[in-house]
Design a protein. Sequence first.
Length: 262
Amino acid sequence: MIDTHCHLTHPRMEADAGAVIARARAAGVTACVTIGTGAEDARRGLDLAARHPGFLLCAAGIDPFTAHARGGAFGEEIAALRELLRGGRFVALGECGLDYHHDLDPRPVQTERLERQLDLAEELGLPVVLHVREAHDDALAILACRGRGRGVVHSFSGGPEEAERYLALGWHLGFNGIVTFPGAGALREAARATPSDRILLETDGPYLAPVPVRGKRCEPAHLVHTLGALSAARGENEDALAAATTANARSLFGIYGGPSAT
């Protein structure tokens, strides 16, 4: 299994990241993509990855929360992000996107910041890790204007209709602990409708711990619970699903010899 989205440099994880990684390996996780939220966090991710070569990979972007915190200095932040990504040590740009649940900034501002990062990903030939919360229609409109995309809608939270629309634009869908929640029936329907070559596993640790570890800090070892819930929802063998999602991650992010998706 590959955890395609976690935050191992988060303050809740960084102090014992080595132990977290050891538990992940013991649980059958073969790699993790740690997400840098902003340039400073991305640099910490690179430092951590250097201590765990072959297991820990890095992505970097300016998520809505970091973008809000940077405010008028967003231009400086994206310039720093460009320089980091040009170094070739990151497998994706992200996470970046729209968050209307918290509505930290006016929606046109969020849109402009997302567009700039999508432009940067295109310039550098990187897949995108997209954050979309309560903003599917606007995100889909932005993506549709750009044609067929390349990346993953992380922590996918929509139903089968939204899933179909992202899939039609070429995007992968990332499923995490939310799929184990009792009230997530529509999400499980979306998981059933997602082709086996477009589905990814993630934890979003330290957030969104799955059943049966709700209320605890989420970490990559908990990926087994999401895999189990997804395989049950899809009526699919766990080993087959683990193999498919691993192949998808390798292809999308161009890791371990996997061809980069086009």
